[in-house]
Design a protein around this ligand. Structure first.
Ligand SMILES: NC(=O)C1=CN([C@@H]2O[C@H](COP(=O)(O)OP(=O)(O)OC[C@H]3O[C@@H](n4cnc5c(N)ncnc54)[C@H](O)[C@@H]3O)[C@@H](O)[C@H]2O)C=CC1
Ligand SMILES: O=C(O)[C@@H]1CCC=N1
Length: 263
């Protein structure tokens, strides 16, 4: 597999780390505006540095476009001339539709729209994928292999992408906030911070794994922790009083509003 990353910032770095760890034999190339990130990825994961977009297009078959959505129009204008039939374009940009890519480069190039997340760096990513019309099966399985190399990947309808981006692309940031805030409370009550992070991260990981693997309703799993008149239900009441459930609606809906504004 020959993969080229255009833009090697936070998201591409996470994907490259995950890719390298599961497939050290795959050829991974990168082109970025600034050199620092490229040399760091070269040292850590053997990334091969391209000198230009054209150079990258000549080296790789699968081109992953990992720049901010605001930079997409200009980047696609430069990328269009060197594109060939062997290329599969993989977009990684919140709110940027396949139709909008095609308005820049036409409909002859195969496109996969993707939405990964940064836990890809430890092989625990959750990605969505969606193909342009007529995407050949071989291209589809190549891109699936890339995204499954750093976690789970699902093919979904493009109309579901914005909400997926909120609950999987953005949600890691919210979970980190929750872990940080819970650790602050642990520190306030005398636990060293490093120990609090180790304990909370394992508790969150285990809880998520139980939801995923048991198939049980999260409310049932919550009830199993809450003894009548016990300690946990006191914490549940405190979270409800603080508006925790409504805060999640607000977060997802604010994210969707921002996605629409960017689009
Ligand atoms: N950070 C995240 O957790 C996630 C990000 N994404 C998407 O990934 C994309 C990239 O986001 P980040 O990695 O967070 O941004 P970033 O700002 O960390 O990285 C973007 C990189 O692209 C480079 N760049 C910009 N224009 C370029 C061009 N024309 N040619 C070459 N390099 C160029 C910049 O120098 C920068 O290093 C965005 O479209 C975002 O929507 C999607 C899911 C999660
Ligand atoms: O904040 C952002 O715009 C990107 C998209 C999904 C996660 N991070």
């Amino acid at each position: 597999m020959n993969i080229g990353f255009i833009g090697t910032g936070n998201m591409a770095s996470a994907m490259i780390a995950g890719l390298h760890s599961s497939h050290p034999d795959w050829q991974i190339h990168g082109f970025n505006r600034s050199m620092g990130k490229l040399t760091d990825l070269q040292t850590r994961y053997g990334l091969q540095i391209a000198q230009s977009l054209e150079d990258l297009a000549a080296r790789a078959d699968v081109l992953v476009l990992a720049v901010k959505p605001q930079g997409y129009d200009a980047m696609l204008a430069t990328l269009a001339p060197p594109l060939q039939a062997r290329h599969t374009l993989v977009t990684v940009a919140v709110g940027y539709t396949i139709a909008r890519v095609q308005s820049h480069i036409g409909t002859q190039t195969h496109i996969v729209r993707s939405m990964p997340n940064t836990p890809a760096s430890v092989g625990a990513g959750m990605s969505a994928l969606c193909g342009s019309a007529g995407l050949p099966e071989a291209r589809r399985s190549d891109v699936t292999a890339v995204f499954e190399s750093f976690g789970r990947a699902v093919w979904i309808a493009e109309g579901q992408f914005d909400v997926f981006s909120a609950i999987a692309g953005s949600s890691p940031a919210w979970v980190y906030m929750m872990i940080e805030a819970m650790a602050d409370a642990a520190v306030q009550n005398g636990m060293p911070r490093a120990q609090a992070y180790a304990v909370i991260s394992q508790a969150v990981l285990g809880s998520a794994q139980l939801v995923r693997d048991s198939g049980q309703h999260p409310g049932v799993l919550k009830d199993q922790v809450c003894s009548p008149g016990g300690t946990t239900i006191a914490g549940v009441a405190a979270l409800e009083k603080a508006g925790m459930r409504n805060a999640w609606f607000e977060a997802v809906n604010a994210t969707l509003a921002r996605t629409k504004a960017l689009g």
